[in-house]
Design a protein around this ligand. Structure first.
Ligand code: ATP
Length: 708
């Protein structure tokens, strides 16, 4: 049976022909001699391996037939109307690039391309400014001469991105990397390029090149009919499932001798790597118990859906400790551990809280700190007697150190906490902690961080751990107790923890240092830098949110920037309005215009500061006859324009976004005013991050509506 190797270009099939293309490729994969397929060579063609096949009376597939490894392979180049297909088939040649060992399609008599705008003599082209050397680009990276020539004269990043968009696969990716200022050597190493010599068997050489890591940017070996269906039906949107960047592939497949951390900006494919890695681990070891977790239940639901899209047969476990991939939010994970422990939690609760609590499955209401402060007299100044300070102190100092009494709290080290406390203040803080705990004892409840801390303590007392591999998304948002829990879920060993995070996207809680919670990364961390989601223009705008601020990562290192995007689009529109009415009008006008231009309602979204504003925007849109829907915990509805808070928008993406970030409400301003300066500085960092997260949800177009 022939093997089908799908080219990325071929996966972007005209919607009207998808069904027939599927049938054609299925039949080809079963038997290429089947009558009706008309697999035929073409006369006077550049590459004798070229074949055309009959998809229907009008459409033809163009393919390369390779005979190697004792089998027939068809590399599917594309599907075109009959005459175009014949013309393409005559001029394409599939070869191995001798410099980098990758498959390359060459066109003899290429179709004329519109030449780029000539660079005015006064402008120094981008590559010259970046100091790229023509000989090194050609001789180390293997870019074709015509591409090198055009790239060297391209005026700026936009012009190089336009060129990159005309070249699928490794050529486009290398151009984007060069435009971002990467060195030729760094690119060659990242793409795992390697010079090759012909072996004498040309077909075998091409097949070998198709199996090289960077070839996966453009070619996928199709294993079965389901895989074929998914590639064809999802086209470009499904590209993440099939055409991994060689760097992504490495993080999916490689084994690590302990915890590994993968950082990277918004849209760089961290979640894609996690989902692929979960599947790869499950395939390699069907009995393995794999936990795939993240900060919220919404994000976990999305992870589960992505895993099912990637591979409907990937086993998703129903309960913690079962073989397969157990996908759940990190707090739900803590609850699962507590539930599983039944009555066996007494020792863990005692060791964390220094007391006994009877019904630890109930959760303390989030208003409890405020109520405690209001009902307890304290000598603390207002910048300490507030729920932000106390909640953070409890989460970052008291719980992770298992402090059970005032004496313990007076002695504990508080690294990383900006607010200094003398002995009297520590005593006063402890009095409030004791009052908070007393109330929890009366309810028999645990708050979310207590639950995670107790679950972690319980697991560390067990000899058997319920997981073999733990994969974590949105690591920057997790608390110390979450990390203790994740560390305790799995025994230390190869591939125990794999963590994806982005310090720039921390929008909940305070910064954590992994090393303080038993997670030693020691040199096992890497960064993704190519943004797949957002146009270069939107990304550049989003990055301005972070300018001038200092972000520190989970290993206490300054978070790097320097992200690049492979896509280009219009510059974001930034409007400044005077009033709420003006803001609502501007939002409705832009959404209306997109819908009128034919955008599907669920590909357009409005992101806002808080729930009150969200509901106002929905009302305003509805009055303008836009079918809009406020999105809370549920997933965005099909066929309607979703309106989400910026927090809820984490992990989502839309083609077009109106970001109405607004101003903090008077109540929020008042809250910020009462904070200690270090807490306020952190709150400001999170506010910038929130805008960065929101701005990076837009794939194609971004409109920002700000209030004066
Ligand atoms: N190899 C790939 N080919 C095509 N598209 C990809 C690839 N990798 C990722 N993408 C797409 O890029 C977008 C961002 O990917 P993903 O959500 O994994 O990024 P992320 O780093 O987790 O982003 P964020 O931090 O903003 O949540 C998604 O639409 C995804 O499908």
């Amino acid at each position: 049976m022939p093997t089908i190797i799908m080219g990325k270009l071929a996966s972007k099939i005209d919607g009207s022909i998808r069904g027939k293309a599927m049938t054609f490729l299925q039949r080809l994969g079963a038997d290429d001699t089947t009558s009706g397929l008309h697999i035929e060579p073409i006369q006077h063609c550049a590459d004798p391996r070229v074949r055309t096949g009959r998809v229907d009376e009008f459409w033809r597939a163009v393919m390369f037939r390779l005979d190697g490894d004792g089998e027939t392979h068809y590399v599917i180049h594309g599907i075109w109307p009959h005459d175009d297909a014949i013309s393409v088939a005559k001029r394409v040649r599939l070869k191995v690039n001798p410099i980098n060992g990758l498959p390359q399609i060459e066109e003899i008599h290429p179709t004329p391309v519109v030449p780029p705008e000539p660079t005015p003599p006064s402008v120094v082209p981008l590559f010259v400014r970046l100091g790229h050397d023509e000989t090194a680009i050609a001789n180390t990276l293997g870019l074709p001469d015509d591409v090198v020539e055009q790239a060297l004269t391209a005026a700026d990043e936009d012009a190089v991105l336009d060129l990159a968009q005309r070249h699928e696969g490794w050529i486009g990716t290398i151009l984007v990397d060069l435009a971002a200022g990467d060195t030729v050597e760094a690119i060659a190493a990242r793409m795992q390029l390697q010079k090759t010599e012909p072996s004498g068997d040309a077909d075998a050489d091409v097949l070998h090149s198709l199996k090289r890591p960077a070839a996966a940017l453009q070619y996928a070996f199709i294993d079965d009919q389901d895989e074929l269906r998914r590639v064809i039906e999802q086209g470009d949107f499904g590209a993440w499932r099939v055409f991994l960047h060689p760097e992504q592939r490495r993080y999916v497949d490689r084994s690590y001798n302990g915890p590994f951390r993968l950082s990277g900006g918004a849209g760089t494919g961290k979640t894609v790597v996690l989902v692929h890695r979960a599947r790869a681990l499950a395939r390699r070891k069907p009995a393995a118990r794999i936990v795939l977790t993240t900060f919220t239940t919404n994000l976990a639901d999305a992870l589960g859906e992505s895993l099912a899209q990637l591979d409907p047969r990937a086993p998703q476990a129903k309960a913690l400790g079962e073989p397969g991939v157990y996908v759940t939010g990190v707090d739900a994970l803590a609850s699962a551990v507590l539930r599983g422990a039944g009555n066996g939690l007494t020792a863990a609760i005692r060791d964390v809280l220094g007391e006994v609590r009877s019904a630890p499955l109930a959760r303390t209401p989030s208003t409890r700190w405020r109520e405690t402060i209001e009902s307890t007299s304290t000598t603390l100044p207002h910048e300490l007697a507030n729920e932000t300070f106390l909640g953070t102190e409890y989460t970052h100092v008291v719980l992770p150190n298992k402090i059970q009494d005032e004496a313990g709290y007076l002695r504990v080290r508080r690294p990383g906490r900006g607010v200094a406390l003398d002995r009297a203040k520590r005593s006063a803080v402890w009095a409030l902690v004791a009052a908070y705990r007393a109330q929890g004892r009366i309810d028999g409840s645990l708050d979310f961080t207590e639950a995670a801390a107790v679950a972690a303590e319980h697991l560390t007392k067990q000899t058997d751990r319920p997981a073999d591999h733990v994969l974590v998304d949105e690591g920057q948002d997790l608390s110390p107790a979450h990390w203790q829990l994740l560390r305790a879920l799995v025994a230390e060993g190869p591939d125990d923890l794999f963590i994806a995070d982005d310090a720039h996207q921390r929008i909940y809680g305070s910064r954590v240092v992994l090393g303080r919670h038993g997670i030693a990364i020691v040199g096992r961390s890497q960064r993704l830098t190519l943004n797949y989601r957002t146009t270069a223009q939107n990304l550049q705008y989003a990055m301005t949110m972070l300018e001038g601020a200092q972000y520190v990562d989970l290993e206490e290192q300054p978070e790097a920037t320097g992200y690049r995007s492979a896509r280009s689009g219009p510059a974001p529109t930034v409007l400044v309005v005077d009033s709420l009415a003006g803001e609502l009008q501007a939002i409705a006008r832009h959404v209306r215009a997109w819908l009128d231009a034919g955008d599907a309602p669920d590909t357009v979204a409005v992101l806002v500061q808080d729930r009150f504003h969200r509901d106002r925007v929905v009302t305003a849109l509805t009055e303008q006859s836009v079918d809009a829907r406020a999105v809370d915990r549920e997933r965005p509805p099909a066929g309607r324009v979703p309106v989400l808070t910026m927090h809820r928008a984490k992990g989502t993406e839309f083609s077009k976004v109106v970001l109405a970030a607004g101003r903090p409400s008077p109540a929020e301003m008042a809250r910020l005013e009462t904070l200690d300066p270090s807490e306020r500085a952190d709150a400001e960092l999170r506010a910038r991050s929130l805008r960065y997260v929101a701005a990076t949800r837009a794939r194609d177009e971004l409109v920002v509506v700000d209030r004066r």
